[in-house]
Design a protein around this ligand. Structure first.
Ligand code: FAD
Ligand code: NAD
Length: 493
């Protein structure tokens, strides 16, 4: 077996691992990064980027379809005919859409490889298995026995960044027509009827994609509302949009199991494959059947530890996640963990920020991972964004707060974008007006995430944001107006 040594050994080349590797190398640390599959991890290959590419493609297609329909009706009720757009019945070539998405992924993952090389990071392709806190064995050759390694790497610091994997449902294991987000992001064809299990991030982002591309979509959610991690008022415009799109949402329901049904599946490419009949149980225990050509199971993700040898380190855990302190140290000296492996929130920007922090600590800098806010964005239609505390969170934390909303219905830019649904909400301490939270729902509000987290991280007060000049006409003016409204000084409402 070949042997090598390094200062920092990173297991996992996702956003957590590759950012840690680049930053540590920038600071003069000798770094080796082991990646089993593709650089960029879940985020670049089968997560953030491909899903946003398909969301964009589906939105473009949906617009053209809608314009076609309204133009054909010629009733002027919808904006398409009004603004003079006439189109013929459009077609979606899903294979080309997937190729376009794959091209973006390839550019980004190629970019990560180039950055690692430029910074002198040693990249090892293979599956890493931890021997102890300073030794990892890697199986680099595909043809070797799964349990045999051909490279041993010794390190001073070991950084675990193995990410997460989709949770399967006992009665609905992945395989065939039952898919996870990974397969749903590279469809060979579009199903006629898609059932989505889970109305969380993935279920709704991708459920909307498939609906906009023409599939009939039913979403089955165990809880009594959509997107349970967001506050209900914020999710209401999303629920209304799902209704408008014709997505059938079954709340308080869970899928028990699936049986192959009599007919064959709906798309040309799927001819010959069997349809599925799902047994669905509602909150009162009543059962019903749902027919599907494809089922997307999106009921959460869990930290990836299997076959990594992590358990041999006997680290302190929090459930399935590796427990870390505010410097991302595990319970073993010089063993660090970041990203999805360390549990919620499982977001790429959190993984990256943790990676950068660990790299700087290892290089001798004083750093802690104690962000004032980690923004979260859900790329549904309309989008949701939050940073910091909601009014209810603040109340639970015992804070006396003032909160105000500014609706996009009163924002000029939103009107020109035909998207005047939704609002921006600010939450601030009553005593000194320190901003502790922002929430927004509306078209394009993901781009407000930067302003939200900057203002919280920099300790801004309502007066700071309210008296900052915001460019006109922009959606950002709703941010300023929300702050002014909380001060009782709103100008445009
Ligand atoms: P990962 O990205 O999972 O990377 C871990 C890497 O480690 C993988 O490449 C894996 O191959 C490798 N690995 C694991 N074990 C080993 C081993 N033993 N040896 C070698 N290599 C190993 N987050 C957002 O912030 N915004 C979004 O819009 C967003 N959209 C998403 C959409 C989908 C469909 C999904 C599934 C996730 C999305 N996420 C999003 C979440 C985001 O992808 C994750 O939070 C992020 O990728 C976590 O980064 P990570 O570095 O911790 O792990
Ligand atoms: P999720 O936690 O967002 O949503 C899972 C949903 O499934 C929840 O609403 C839950 O109540 C429901 N559920 C659980 N068990 C169920 C059952 N048996 N039957 C019906 N419903 C059930 O998880 P996800 O959508 O799988 O996404 C996983 C993670 O990936 C997210 O938590 C997030 O961290 C990350 N992600 C982020 C983004 C983003 O930032 N825009 C996008 C996609 C994924």
């Amino acid at each position: 077996m070949d042997e090598s040594t390094t200062q920092l050994l990173v297991i996992g080349g996702g956003p957590g691992g590759y950012v840690a590797a680049i930053r540590a190398a920038q600071l003069g640390v000798r770094v080796t990064l082991v990646e089993a599959e593709r650089l960029g991890g879940t985020c670049l290959n089968v997560g953030c980027i491909p899903s946003k590419a398909l969301i964009h493609a589906a939105e473009q297609f949906h617009k053209v379809v809608r314009y076609g329909q309204t133009a054909a009706r010629g009733n002027g009720a919808a904006a398409a005919a009004d603004i003079g757009i006439r189109v013929q019945a459009p077609l979606i070539e899903v294979a080309q859409t997937v190729r376009w998405k794959d091209g973006i992924v390839a550019r980004l993952t190629g970019g990560v490889a180039a950055l690692l090389k430029k910074h002198g990071v040693t990249l090892v392709h293979g599956w890493a298995r931890i021997v102890d806190g300073k030794t990892v064995e890697v199986q680099t050759r595909q043809d070797s026995h799964p349990d045999s390694a051909d490279l041993r790497i010794r390190c001073e610091h070991l950084l675990l960044a193995t990410g997460s994997e989709a949770v399967a449902l006992p009665g609905l294991p992945f395989g065939g027509a039952v898919v996870s987000a990974t397969e749903a992001l590279s469809p060979a064809s579009l199903p006629r009827r898609l059932v989505v299990v889970g109305a969380g991030y993935i279920g709704l982002e991708l459920g909307i994609v498939y609906r906009k591309l023409g599939a009939q979509v039913t979403v089955v959610e165990a809880m009594d509302r959509l997107l349970p991690t967001y506050d209900e008022e914020l999710t209401r415009p999303v629920a209304a949009s799902l209704r408008r799109l014709g997505i059938d949402v079954r709340l308080g329901c869970s899928v028990q199991d699936a049986k192959e049904a009599g007919g064959t599946a709906g798309s040309v490419e799927e001819k010959g494959k069997r349809q599925l009949t799902l047994r669905v149980r509602d909150a009162e225990g009543r059962e019903s059947a749902l027919e599907a050509d494809r089922v997307l199971v999106a009921v959460g993700r869990r930290p990836r530890t299997q076959d990594t040898g992590i358990e041999s380190l006997r680290l302190d855990m929090e459930g399935r996640a590796v427990k870390v302190d505010d410097q991302c140290r595990t319970s073993m000296r010089n063993v660090w963990a970041i990203g999805d492996l360390t549990g919620e929130p499982m977001l790429a920007h959190r993984a990256m920020a943790q990676g950068e922090t660990v790299a700087e600590i290892i290089a001798g800098k004083r750093r802690h991972f104690t962000p004032a806010a980690i923004p979260a964005v859900c790329f549904t239609d309309p989008e949701l964004v939050t940073a910091g505390l909601s009014p209810a969170d603040a109340h639970k934390a015992g804070l006396e707060t003032v909160s105000a909303q500014f609706p996009f219905a009163a924002n000029g830019r939103a009107m020109t974008l035909e998207s005047s649904e939704g609002f921006v909400r600010v939450v601030a301490r009553q005593d000194n007006h320190l901003i502790v939270g922002w929430q927004a729902v509306g078209t394009g509000v993901s781009e407000l995430a930067a302003a939200f987290s900057q203002s919280i991280e920099m300790g801004a007060r309502l007066e700071d944001v309210g008296h900052t000049i915001h460019a006109h006409p922009t959606l950002g003016e709703a941010v300023q107006e929300a702050a002014l409204r909380a001060l009782g000084q709103a100008l445009h409402i």
